[in-house]
Design a protein around this ligand. Sequence first.
Ligand code: GLY
Length: 442
Amino acid sequence: MRSSQLNSKEVAMKRIDVLVIGNGGREHALVAMCKKSPRVKKVFVAPGNPGMGKLATLVDIHSTDINALAAFAQKNQIGLTVVGPEAPLEAGIADLFRHKGLLICGPTAYQARLELSKAFAAKLLKKYDIPIPSSKVCTTPEAAIKAVRCAQYPLVVKPDGNTGGHGVKICKTVEQAIAHINAVMVDHIYASKGDSGNCIVLQEYLEGPEISITLLTDGKKYILLPDARDYKQRYDDDVGPMTGSMGSVSPSPVMTETLRSQIELDIVQPLLVAVREHCNGNAYCGVLYLALMITNQGPKVLEVNVRFGDSEAQAILPRIQSDLVPVLLQIANGRLEANALEIDPRHAACVNLVSRKYPAPDLMREQAITGIEDAETVAGVTVYHAGTKSNEQGQLIADGGRVLNVIGFGQTLQQATQQAYSGTAHIQFDDKSMRTDIGECS
Ligand code: GLY
């Protein structure tokens, strides 16, 4: 029987197979969320990692091979595809899937420019009076170097395009700023990640606590997911280079009802208007994740992302007690109906176990990992795999800068972080390293 022959109640209850795209800890959390949904028969993940292999069927297709992913989804009658990272969105996976009549939760390639062009985002937000740090877009190294010679420091230097989360530098001196401009625009060091090196954004450095806001939207209606705090700097006390993430907590230690209303009114709602008016006639159906700085002048947008945060998702998703799959299906269908989610009031903390030299690339290979099962015997501790693989002997080894995410829960933030850290103590690999203060600074 074709789905069009089912009545609406049967359609609402029909169990589906889901495809998750990506291979990190965020996708492991998405797979776990889908796996517990009564609406889901089977979970596939492309390409996934050994941790996800316990919950889902691994599909050996790279996350940016969008034609092969669409062929797989058609052949296997996938009822919903959930995209983890930004690269497949930039490659047009949502456009292609919709063209083929496949349900997918994610924005079009054009809409993904909100994340994948910092200059596009800065100009759009400014046009709609959405508070952002003061910004200057430069399209030649000469113009950028001229601008940084008379800038105030620290100064934030952001390559325009995709740098895999490593391109933003907080420069303390003009020399550092010039060195980063040359690396990005002359040496093109992020070309392999997708950044052309043709444009750079210089931004005022702001101070204050950070909050990560995640929402699901059909372009008009939206639903807020639990807020979070991401810890991006490499070392304790928020010092050292920016990384993809060293850990996260949810809820944010500084969120209040008043602040949430202000964020919705001044940022989320005008952003949705801006996106509606600048998305070539297509509704934005997917995830929006905003990195905000709470300054003395109120919340300001540091970044707009078109996907779940990594590692915010690992702290947020386990707190959502409602079944999120029907909500993602509504989004994929362009008609959000849900307006409230049941949230576990407990705190969640995610501590990332990384390579000692992270965020420097390719520093650890073939290091055996032990103790994950012991970590998960600590009450409430869950371990997500961020960068792992199996070697030829079937042994689990570290495969990348961010290796594992250890999640703990507690009635208080302190209990949640204590629990996560108790989990980390059981896990060993040679270059294991982590921050020891996740949850301590707001
Ligand atoms: N948590 C940082 C990111 O996902 O980009």
